[in-house]
Design a protein around this ligand. Structure first.
Ligand code: ZN
Length: 290
Protein backbone atom coordinates (compact mmCIF):
# COMPACT_ATOMS: atom_id res chain seq x y z
CA UNK A 1 0.00 0.00 0.00
CA UNK A 2 2.83 2.39 -0.77
CA UNK A 3 1.59 5.69 -2.10
CA UNK A 4 3.91 7.48 -4.45
CA UNK A 5 3.89 11.22 -4.80
CA UNK A 6 2.18 11.20 -8.20
CA UNK A 7 -0.68 9.16 -6.89
CA UNK A 8 -1.16 11.45 -3.94
CA UNK A 9 -1.07 14.43 -6.28
CA UNK A 10 -3.57 12.92 -8.70
CA UNK A 11 -5.90 11.99 -5.88
CA UNK A 12 -5.57 15.42 -4.38
CA UNK A 13 -6.48 17.05 -7.69
CA UNK A 14 -9.37 14.66 -8.30
CA UNK A 15 -10.74 15.24 -4.85
CA UNK A 16 -10.33 18.98 -4.87
CA UNK A 17 -12.50 19.22 -8.01
CA UNK A 18 -15.11 17.10 -6.24
CA UNK A 19 -15.13 19.27 -3.16
CA UNK A 20 -18.21 21.42 -3.07
CA UNK A 21 -17.83 22.77 0.46
CA UNK A 22 -14.91 24.13 2.39
CA UNK A 23 -12.50 21.50 3.72
CA UNK A 24 -12.85 20.27 7.31
CA UNK A 25 -13.48 23.52 9.13
CA UNK A 26 -12.13 22.96 12.64
CA UNK A 27 -8.40 22.36 12.79
CA UNK A 28 -7.54 19.12 14.56
CA UNK A 29 -5.46 19.43 17.71
CA UNK A 30 -1.70 19.27 17.31
CA UNK A 31 0.35 20.42 14.39
CA UNK A 32 -2.48 20.46 11.88
CA UNK A 33 -2.09 22.75 8.92
CA UNK A 34 -4.62 23.51 6.24
CA UNK A 35 -3.37 22.81 2.72
CA UNK A 36 -5.03 22.65 -0.73
CA UNK A 37 -8.38 21.05 0.03
CA UNK A 38 -6.84 18.90 2.72
CA UNK A 39 -5.84 19.16 6.33
CA UNK A 40 -2.58 17.70 7.55
CA UNK A 41 -2.89 15.96 10.86
CA UNK A 42 -0.74 14.47 13.58
CA UNK A 43 1.61 11.64 12.82
CA UNK A 44 -0.05 8.25 12.75
CA UNK A 45 1.90 5.05 13.17
CA UNK A 46 1.67 2.52 10.37
CA UNK A 47 0.10 -0.76 11.43
CA UNK A 48 -2.62 1.18 13.21
CA UNK A 49 -6.34 1.68 12.85
CA UNK A 50 -7.64 5.23 12.75
CA UNK A 51 -11.15 6.42 13.44
CA UNK A 52 -12.34 9.63 11.83
CA UNK A 53 -15.71 10.50 13.37
CA UNK A 54 -18.27 12.67 11.68
CA UNK A 55 -22.01 13.04 11.27
CA UNK A 56 -24.18 11.24 8.73
CA UNK A 57 -21.27 9.83 6.76
CA UNK A 58 -22.33 8.25 3.49
CA UNK A 59 -18.97 6.80 2.46
CA UNK A 60 -15.27 6.99 3.25
CA UNK A 61 -12.39 6.69 0.82
CA UNK A 62 -8.78 5.71 1.30
CA UNK A 63 -6.43 5.82 -1.67
CA UNK A 64 -9.36 5.62 -4.05
CA UNK A 65 -11.06 2.65 -2.36
CA UNK A 66 -14.54 3.51 -1.11
CA UNK A 67 -16.23 1.86 1.87
CA UNK A 68 -19.10 2.27 4.33
CA UNK A 69 -18.60 3.94 7.72
CA UNK A 70 -18.63 1.93 10.97
CA UNK A 71 -20.51 3.24 14.01
CA UNK A 72 -20.64 6.74 12.59
CA UNK A 73 -16.94 6.95 11.81
CA UNK A 74 -14.54 6.29 8.98
CA UNK A 75 -12.39 3.45 10.28
CA UNK A 76 -9.16 3.36 8.32
CA UNK A 77 -6.45 0.73 8.35
CA UNK A 78 -2.90 2.03 7.92
CA UNK A 79 -0.41 -0.50 6.53
CA UNK A 80 2.79 -1.38 8.36
CA UNK A 81 4.78 0.14 5.49
CA UNK A 82 2.37 2.96 4.61
CA UNK A 83 3.56 6.40 3.65
CA UNK A 84 1.21 9.37 3.81
CA UNK A 85 -2.34 8.53 2.79
CA UNK A 86 -5.10 10.69 1.41
CA UNK A 87 -8.50 10.06 2.93
CA UNK A 88 -11.93 11.46 2.16
CA UNK A 89 -15.46 11.13 3.40
CA UNK A 90 -18.79 12.29 2.14
CA UNK A 91 -21.47 13.34 4.57
CA UNK A 92 -25.09 14.18 3.85
CA UNK A 93 -25.51 17.44 2.03
CA UNK A 94 -22.88 16.55 -0.59
CA UNK A 95 -20.10 17.72 1.65
CA UNK A 96 -16.78 16.02 1.00
CA UNK A 97 -13.96 16.37 3.51
CA UNK A 98 -10.44 15.34 2.67
CA UNK A 99 -7.51 14.81 4.98
CA UNK A 100 -3.87 14.07 4.42
CA UNK A 101 -2.97 11.36 6.89
CA UNK A 102 0.63 12.00 7.93
CA UNK A 103 2.05 8.56 8.53
CA UNK A 104 5.09 8.30 10.78
CA UNK A 105 7.64 5.51 11.12
CA UNK A 106 6.68 2.25 12.73
CA UNK A 107 8.39 1.74 16.12
CA UNK A 108 9.95 -1.58 15.15
CA UNK A 109 11.51 -3.72 17.84
CA UNK A 110 14.40 -5.95 16.95
CA UNK A 111 13.87 -9.67 17.36
CA UNK A 112 16.61 -12.28 16.96
CA UNK A 113 15.55 -15.83 16.18
CA UNK A 114 17.49 -19.01 15.69
CA UNK A 115 15.98 -21.68 13.49
CA UNK A 116 17.49 -25.14 13.33
CA UNK A 117 15.96 -25.93 9.98
CA UNK A 118 18.29 -23.89 7.73
CA UNK A 119 16.31 -24.94 4.63
CA UNK A 120 13.44 -22.69 5.80
CA UNK A 121 15.78 -19.71 6.15
CA UNK A 122 17.94 -19.94 3.05
CA UNK A 123 15.55 -21.28 0.47
CA UNK A 124 16.43 -23.67 -2.33
CA UNK A 125 15.22 -22.73 -5.83
CA UNK A 126 12.21 -25.09 -5.68
CA UNK A 127 11.26 -23.75 -2.24
CA UNK A 128 11.60 -20.14 -3.46
CA UNK A 129 9.27 -21.01 -6.34
CA UNK A 130 6.86 -22.71 -3.98
CA UNK A 131 6.76 -19.73 -1.61
CA UNK A 132 6.15 -17.39 -4.58
CA UNK A 133 3.29 -19.58 -5.85
CA UNK A 134 1.72 -19.53 -2.40
CA UNK A 135 2.04 -15.77 -2.10
CA UNK A 136 0.29 -15.41 -5.44
CA UNK A 137 -2.61 -17.56 -4.22
CA UNK A 138 -3.21 -15.11 -1.38
CA UNK A 139 -3.40 -11.92 -3.39
CA UNK A 140 -7.02 -12.32 -4.62
CA UNK A 141 -8.11 -12.87 -1.01
CA UNK A 142 -6.90 -9.43 0.04
CA UNK A 143 -8.86 -7.87 -2.80
CA UNK A 144 -12.29 -9.39 -2.10
CA UNK A 145 -15.18 -6.99 -1.79
CA UNK A 146 -17.84 -8.94 0.12
CA UNK A 147 -20.39 -7.54 2.59
CA UNK A 148 -19.16 -6.88 6.13
CA UNK A 149 -19.93 -9.80 8.48
CA UNK A 150 -17.89 -8.85 11.53
CA UNK A 151 -18.15 -6.61 14.57
CA UNK A 152 -15.33 -5.04 16.59
CA UNK A 153 -13.66 -6.02 18.76
CA UNK A 154 -13.04 -9.38 17.09
CA UNK A 155 -13.37 -12.56 19.14
CA UNK A 156 -10.09 -13.87 20.56
CA UNK A 157 -8.67 -16.73 18.45
CA UNK A 158 -7.75 -18.70 21.61
CA UNK A 159 -10.09 -19.32 24.53
CA UNK A 160 -7.43 -18.05 26.93
CA UNK A 161 -5.31 -15.34 25.36
CA UNK A 162 -1.74 -15.32 26.68
CA UNK A 163 0.33 -12.17 26.91
CA UNK A 164 2.51 -11.38 23.97
CA UNK A 165 1.83 -10.94 20.32
CA UNK A 166 4.72 -8.81 19.18
CA UNK A 167 3.54 -7.21 15.96
CA UNK A 168 5.91 -5.46 13.58
CA UNK A 169 9.29 -6.69 14.81
CA UNK A 170 12.27 -6.43 12.54
CA UNK A 171 13.69 -9.89 12.41
CA UNK A 172 17.19 -11.24 12.35
CA UNK A 173 16.93 -14.95 11.65
CA UNK A 174 20.11 -17.00 12.02
CA UNK A 175 22.09 -13.77 11.84
CA UNK A 176 20.45 -12.39 8.66
CA UNK A 177 17.90 -9.55 8.40
CA UNK A 178 14.50 -10.84 7.17
CA UNK A 179 11.11 -9.28 6.47
CA UNK A 180 9.28 -7.79 9.47
CA UNK A 181 6.77 -9.79 11.45
CA UNK A 182 3.27 -8.92 10.28
CA UNK A 183 1.11 -10.82 12.75
CA UNK A 184 1.01 -11.50 16.48
CA UNK A 185 2.43 -14.67 18.03
CA UNK A 186 0.66 -16.23 21.00
CA UNK A 187 2.28 -19.12 22.84
CA UNK A 188 -0.09 -22.04 23.40
CA UNK A 189 0.16 -25.78 23.86
CA UNK A 190 0.13 -27.97 20.81
CA UNK A 191 -3.45 -29.07 20.09
CA UNK A 192 -5.17 -26.03 21.70
CA UNK A 193 -8.33 -25.19 19.73
CA UNK A 194 -8.06 -22.17 17.41
CA UNK A 195 -11.24 -20.12 16.97
CA UNK A 196 -12.60 -17.95 14.18
CA UNK A 197 -12.41 -14.26 15.12
CA UNK A 198 -15.72 -13.45 13.41
CA UNK A 199 -18.31 -14.83 11.00
CA UNK A 200 -16.94 -15.31 7.53
CA UNK A 201 -16.00 -17.60 4.67
CA UNK A 202 -12.81 -19.66 4.62
CA UNK A 203 -10.77 -18.37 1.69
CA UNK A 204 -7.95 -20.90 1.98
CA UNK A 205 -7.15 -23.74 4.39
CA UNK A 206 -3.93 -25.42 3.29
CA UNK A 207 -0.28 -26.05 4.01
CA UNK A 208 2.20 -23.33 3.00
CA UNK A 209 5.98 -23.26 3.12
CA UNK A 210 6.40 -20.44 5.67
CA UNK A 211 3.07 -20.42 7.49
CA UNK A 212 2.58 -24.20 7.65
CA UNK A 213 -1.04 -25.33 7.98
CA UNK A 214 -2.89 -22.06 7.49
CA UNK A 215 -6.45 -20.78 7.51
CA UNK A 216 -7.50 -17.49 5.88
CA UNK A 217 -11.01 -16.20 6.57
CA UNK A 218 -12.76 -13.41 4.66
CA UNK A 219 -15.07 -11.38 6.92
CA UNK A 220 -16.20 -8.86 4.32
CA UNK A 221 -15.37 -5.16 3.99
CA UNK A 222 -11.85 -6.23 3.06
CA UNK A 223 -11.06 -7.85 6.42
CA UNK A 224 -9.10 -11.12 6.30
CA UNK A 225 -7.89 -12.95 9.42
CA UNK A 226 -5.04 -15.48 9.27
CA UNK A 227 -4.14 -18.40 11.54
CA UNK A 228 -0.70 -19.98 10.95
CA UNK A 229 1.48 -22.93 12.01
CA UNK A 230 -1.58 -25.05 12.88
CA UNK A 231 -1.27 -28.72 13.73
CA UNK A 232 -4.64 -29.66 12.26
CA UNK A 233 -7.09 -27.94 9.92
CA UNK A 234 -10.79 -28.46 10.67
CA UNK A 235 -12.21 -26.36 7.85
CA UNK A 236 -11.87 -26.15 4.10
CA UNK A 237 -11.96 -23.40 1.50
CA UNK A 238 -15.45 -22.10 0.77
CA UNK A 239 -16.87 -23.13 4.13
CA UNK A 240 -18.93 -20.60 6.15
CA UNK A 241 -17.77 -20.24 9.75
CA UNK A 242 -19.30 -18.42 12.70
CA UNK A 243 -17.54 -16.31 15.32
CA UNK A 244 -15.86 -18.62 17.87
CA UNK A 245 -16.06 -21.78 15.69
CA UNK A 246 -13.10 -24.17 16.05
CA UNK A 247 -11.17 -24.01 12.78
CA UNK A 248 -7.95 -25.84 13.71
CA UNK A 249 -5.50 -26.55 16.51
CA UNK A 250 -2.24 -24.93 17.59
CA UNK A 251 0.93 -26.48 16.17
CA UNK A 252 4.39 -25.65 14.91
CA UNK A 253 4.17 -26.37 11.18
CA UNK A 254 6.04 -24.29 8.57
CA UNK A 255 8.77 -21.86 9.68
CA UNK A 256 8.25 -21.89 13.44
CA UNK A 257 10.39 -22.21 16.54
CA UNK A 258 7.77 -24.05 18.65
CA UNK A 259 4.01 -24.43 19.19
CA UNK A 260 2.24 -21.06 18.98
CA UNK A 261 -0.54 -19.33 17.12
CA UNK A 262 0.44 -16.67 14.63
CA UNK A 263 -2.65 -14.49 14.21
CA UNK A 264 -2.58 -11.91 11.46
CA UNK A 265 -5.04 -9.37 10.07
CA UNK A 266 -5.29 -7.56 6.76
CA UNK A 267 -7.91 -4.92 6.43
CA UNK A 268 -8.48 -3.46 2.97
CA UNK A 269 -5.01 -4.65 2.07
CA UNK A 270 -3.30 -3.02 5.07
CA UNK A 271 -1.38 -5.12 7.60
CA UNK A 272 -2.44 -3.81 11.00
CA UNK A 273 -1.72 -4.79 14.59
CA UNK A 274 -4.29 -7.50 15.48
CA UNK A 275 -4.30 -6.30 19.11
CA UNK A 276 -6.14 -3.16 17.93
CA UNK A 277 -9.02 -5.16 16.47
CA UNK A 278 -9.06 -7.66 19.34
CA UNK A 279 -9.21 -4.85 21.90
CA UNK A 280 -6.30 -6.44 23.79
CA UNK A 281 -4.30 -4.85 26.58
CA UNK A 282 -3.84 -1.13 26.18
CA UNK A 283 -4.20 -1.25 22.40
CA UNK A 284 -6.28 1.71 21.33
CA UNK A 285 -7.70 2.95 18.10
CA UNK A 286 -6.34 6.35 17.15
CA UNK A 287 -8.83 9.12 16.66
CA UNK A 288 -8.48 11.75 14.01
CA UNK A 289 -9.45 15.10 15.48
CA UNK A 290 -12.61 16.79 14.28
ZN1 ZN B 1 4.38 -15.09 13.76
Amino acid sequence: MRTDLNRVLLLALGLSTLTTAAPASAEPAGNAKATQGAVAIDTVHPGSVVRWPGSAIEWCELNGRRFKPMAGACVLSVDLDALDELIARRSSGERIDTLRLRVGDYPYKLQRLTLKDESRVNLSKPNQERAARERARLLPLFDLDTARSFTLPLAAPLETMPEGGRFGSRRIINGEPRSPHTGSDFAAKSGTPVLAAADGTVGLAEEHFFSGNSVFIDHGDGLVTMYFHLKELFVEAGQRVTRGAVIGSVGSTGRSTGPHLHFGVRWRGARVDPALLLGLGDAELSFVGE
